[in-house]
Structure formats: structure tokens, C-alpha cells
Design a protein around this ligand. Sequence first.
Ligand code: 5GP
Ligand code: ZN
Length: 136
Amino acid sequence: MRKDDCIFCKIANGEIPSKTIYEDEEFRVILDLGPATKGHALILPKEHFQNIYEIPQETAAKAMILAKKMATLITEKLHADGFNIVQNNNEVAGQTVFHFHMHLIPRYEGDGQNINWIPGEPTQEELEKIKDEITK
Ligand code: 5GP
Ligand code: ZN
């Protein structure tokens, strides 16, 4: 299904042009218009799913396999030194376009980018409690 007012639906299905670096029946991979680094790309499923919670397991699995292939290709072609794969869900997590996508971000020595968080300092007891919250 496609969502009429969704820009990534339109891009993924070719209604809006994009710099496409890969396409198959289910996915399009495009260059990000506001790249973190040279070669920053986005994997877009052609069907509309808002986020990780909505995407079917099978599509998620295929997206991850495609991410591996594209990361390898981009790294080789652009001589990257490393790679980040980022995937944001909901506004609080930094999602700005509400059509599931995976960021493929090649990294280069000295690129000056930071994909980071401030590490917490939980006690063993706190970690144990969280473990229980998730697993019980
Ligand atoms: P989010 O913050 O939702 O995880 O990422 C959205 C990404 O989409 C951003 O990196 C932004 O630069 C990119 N973006 C937004 N609109 C367009 C567009 O029209 N075309 C392309 N190629 N990228 C876009
Ligand atoms: Zn969409």
C-alpha cells in the first residue's frame, strides 16, 4: 500500500526523481539530499510502513540483507573506512520522514561526523531490574 501524502512513497515508486543507486521490486536505494558524509544513502521499501513497528518481519529481513550488500558496495566504490547503519523510529528518536527507511552512512577518517550518545552509568542492580522488565 502507498500513502498519498508521503514523499518517500512517491520517491520509492519513481513519481519523484531521485539519485537511485539500486532498485528492485520491493526497494529503492537513493542518495540522501542532506548527507552526513559522501555516499550517505537511504533504503526505502516501495510499500508504505511508518516504522520498525509496522514493517513486516520478512521485509525487515530483506532490508537488512540489502543493507549489507549496499554497505559493502559503497565502501568499496567510495573507499570508506567504516560504516554506520542508522534507523530512526518516531519523532523522539529523530525520525522526520514517517516512511520506514535505513540510513547507510559511509565513514571516512577525519570526516568530523558524530553518531553518538552520552553513556549512562547504571549499577548492576539497575541493569538487573531493566533486564527483568524486558524479559519477564
Ligand atoms: P530521518 O530523520 O527521518 O531518519 O531521515 C530522513 C532523511 O531523509 C534525512 O537524512 C533527510 O536528509 C532525507 N530526506 C528528506 N527529504 C528527502 C528528499 O526529498 N529526498 C532525499 N533524497 N532525501 C530526503
Ligand atoms: Zn510512504
